[in-house]
Write a protein that binds this ligand. Structure first.
Ligand code: FES
Ligand SMILES: [Fe+2]
Length: 382
């Protein structure tokens, strides 16, 4: 985000506060509940979205040095991420090419060679088949080149490792094309020079879109977050804008409208607001004053989402017990608020089965939610 955009966003909020108006779309909109409750719809989202578009698989700092690796489920696929000796990141299916055992069982570590725990076939961390016990006798003329690890398209950018979770898609992943204009803002956040200070993983019995929707409007703050963050935010004041499929939402603090009485040169958007980036499909960055909360959603079923929530702190501010205690405190405060949202999400999800609402309503100040759902529809339509 450049300085002129920062000033423009703050001016926009000050203007709305002066008019005592929320940021309004032209019309209200409707969101059919089948979007959130249908298993068939979820399967279509998986095929057309989660397994087709770039998703964040890890923070770069999780593959800290040469020969390091991480294994995890990404969009339901068992994935092995490695950084080879030259520092290049690769992504493979964590599945043995002999008879399909899980190749690497550890969540993280350092290895040049991965050896299957079943019959001992092994691969280099560049994915090439290295050794097959008793190969000559059992597998004469084995076409070794065809038995490399299954590769996934991968790119490293803005401090994250992005993959397409689909071994049927080959070729390079052009992440700049996908991120488009939101790249500038991610550069501004400088997340490549942040590290994970604290993280929490939580299972939520709600559709992934219900959870995204909960993070991109301020209409609910006064009521749902009355006991946590509501006092720090003006009632129902937020703006949003789109960067291709991605969305930036500004949630001003109560202090932002007062900036009208201070020199523009002193304005800082991070000091007086939370900025939320929704990077389609399932990544959100909640930008706070001195850190960024990375919300990584793994949709598991139409009514189940695994959320990994991590405090990303500047690498220069991680050392020492005092700093660590500071980040743990921050994470606790963030989680207390997010859990209020997740509990509501679970209640909404359980209400779908009642059939009481054929669709949900988005008010004119909930336009970001409509935009988000329309984007998902557009991407699914191909
Ligand atoms: S299944 Fe991996 S070596 Fe046999
Ligand atoms: Fe909330």
């Amino acid at each position: 985000m450049d300085r002129s955009e920062e000033i423009r966003l703050i001016r926009e909020i000050i203007g709305l506060a002066e008019q005592k108006s929320a940021y309004l779309d032209e019309t209200i909109s409707h969101s059919p509940i089948s979007r959130y409750s249908s298993p068939d719809r979820f399967a279509r989202e998986e095929a057309a979205l989660f397994r087709r578009q770039p998703v964040v698989a890890a923070h770069s700092g999780e593959l800290a040095g040469p020969e390091s690796f991480v294994t995890r489920l990404v969009m339901g696929l068992p994935v092995l991420l490695v950084r080879d000796g030259a520092g290049k990141v690769r992504a493979f299916l964590n599945v043995c090419r002999h008879r399909g055992a899980k190749l690497e069982r550890d969540a993280t570590g350092c290895k040049r060679v991965f050896t299957c725990p079943y019959h001992g076939w092994s691969w280099t961390n560049q994915g090439d088949l290295r050794a097959v016990p008793q190969e000559q006798q059992g597998f004469p003329d084995l076409p070794r080149a065809e038995r490399g690890l299954r590769r996934l398209p991968v790119a490293e950018a803005h401090g994250f490792i992005w993959i397409i979770a689909n071994p049927e898609i080959s070729g390079p992943l052009n992440i700049d094309d996908w991120l488009g204009p939101v790249s500038d803002d991610l550069g501004w956040l400088d997340l490549a020079n942040h590290k994970i200070a604290v993280e929490t993983t939580i299972e939520v019995k709600a559709n992934w879109k219900v959870l995204v929707e909960g993070g991109i409007e301020a209409y609910h703050f006064r009521v749902a977050h009355a006991k946590t963050i509501a006092p720090f935010f003006p009632d129902n004041l937020s703006t949003y804008c789109c960067f291709g499929p991605h969305i930036r939402t500004v949630l001003p603090r109560t202090t932002m409208p007062d900036l009208a009485n201070t020199p523009e040169a002193e304005w800082q958007i991070r000091r007086d607001s939370n900025v939320v980036y929704t990077v389609i499909p399932t990544t959100q960055f909640l930008v706070q004053q001195d850190h960024v909360v990375w919300i990584n959603a793994q949709p598991r079923a139409q009514d189940h989402t695994t959320l990994r929530i991590a405090t990303l702190a500047p690498a220069s501010r991680l050392d020492g017990d005092e700093m660590q205690a500071h980040w743990v405190r921050n994470q606790k405060i963030t989680m207390a608020t997010l859990i209020e949202d997740f509990d509501l999400g679970e209640e909404i999800q359980s209400g779908f089965a009642s059939g009481g609402n054929p669709s949900h309503l988005f008010g004119r100040f909930e336009g970001a939610l409509n935009r988000f759902n329309l984007t998902v529809e557009e991407l699914m339509a191909g």
